[in-house]
Design a protein. Structure first.
Length: 349
């Protein structure tokens, strides 16, 4: 696959995900009769602008990020259509709409993936001889129901729990066999060659039976990626992962390039498209979750201010909110620069 195609594919993936996020804010603002000043995709200087009414539409030079600029978003305004003059519920709906649209996009692409690819119900197809699962008495055909009381809906969730949470520690596993549920204790085994803990089973991957099953597993695919993002954040906080494990646009782009080449060799152009859609699901779910974190300058930080206002009954002065968001933005930019150089180091050195 040519380098130009891969670059275009990477830009499109980020562009689509950001566009859908900002579109959520834009449509919610319009529904709540908030004045939108600019709807922009990309950052930096504008390379194209249009719109003669109150909203200016822009395509900007750097294909990363975007924004939906509203009247009264970061300053006081006398305009009755200003964001700051709307009710708390109206502002919450506008702020939440961006991440929510990312989850919708992940769900839609998840349905498409489930239609053309295989689904992964938590059913065991094969048990590895001498593995942890065999020691616990599990058999092919068993359906995994819970791990330590947490419901399991996708086979891949097993690896998330074992690698990210349980590692070498034992856990209670509930499985269903012949209509009856059983509980066993499982201790993952460590593989010296791979340096990882294993459960010792293969999943029963299969084609979907009908459209309703595709809808179900499309939703579960979105849920799985959201859960994976939350687990990654948890690992960063608890020390299960380091800051050097963070991957930004350069790192993701490089990984996408490798996956596209591999998909082209193994399955052709169709597999390339499906892998690109899979990256859209991953990035969209990540963007949705990250933007809901209660961090200043992100949607979650702004949502927190509105919730404080709802509880206290008092509006936080705009200048104080703007100051906190400005500090948060500076810190985020420092993190972006760190991740960028970390990507450069990992990719080229």
């Amino acid at each position: 696959m040519s380098g130009v195609f891969k670059i275009i594919a990477i830009i499109l993936v980020f562009g689509i995900v950001v566009f859908i996020h900002e579109l959520g804010h834009f449509l919610a603002a319009r529904m709540n009769k908030v004045k939108v000043l600019e709807f922009a995709i990309g950052m930096g200087p504008a390379i194209a602008q249009w719109g003669k009414k109150e909203t200016k539409y822009s395509l900007r030079a750097l294909p990363l990020g975007g924004y939906c600029m509203m009247e009264g978003e970061d300053e006081e305004s006398d305009d009755p259509r200003a964001f700051s003059n709307k009710s708390c519920l109206a502002r919450l709906s506008i702020l939440f709409a961006g991440p929510f649209f990312n989850f919708i996009l992940a769900f839609i692409f998840g349905v498409i993936i489930c239609h053309f690819c295989l689904i992964d119900p938590p059913k065991i197809a094969k048990v590895v001889e001498g593995g942890a699962a065999e020691d616990a008495g599990l058999q092919a055909g068993d359906v995994i129901v819970e791990i330590d009381g947490k419901n399991i809906y996708n086979f891949r969730e097993l690896s998330y729990h074992i690698i990210s949470e349980k590692k070498g520690t034992s856990f209670k596993l509930t499985y269903r066999r012949d209509g009856e549920e059983h509980v066993v204790t499982v201790t993952p085994k460590y593989d010296e060659e791979d340096g990882r803990y294993y459960f010792g089973v293969y999943g029963d991957y299969r084609s979907s039976k009908n459209f309703w099953e595709e809808l179900k597993y499309g939703f579960l695919e979105c849920r799985l990626q959201i859960k994976a993002t939350i687990l990654s954040i948890k690992m960063l906080i608890t020390g299960g992962a380091s800051m050097n494990d963070l991957m930004g646009p350069v790192g993701i782009g490089n990984y996408m390039s490798e996956v596209i080449d591999e998909a082209q060799e193994e399955g052709g152009f169709g597999d390339v498209i499906l892998n690109i859609l899979n990256f859209c699901i991953l990035i969209s779910a990540n963007l949705g979750v990250m933007n809901l974190l209660p961090i200043p300058a992100l949607d979650g930080g702004r949502i927190l201010f509105v919730l404080i206002e709802m509880v206290s009954g008092k509006k936080i002065p705009k200048e104080k909110e703007a100051l906190v968001n400005a500090i948060g933005f500076v810190l985020l930019m420092i993190l972006v620069v760190f991740v960028f150089f970390n990507d450069i180091r990992n990719v080229f050195f």
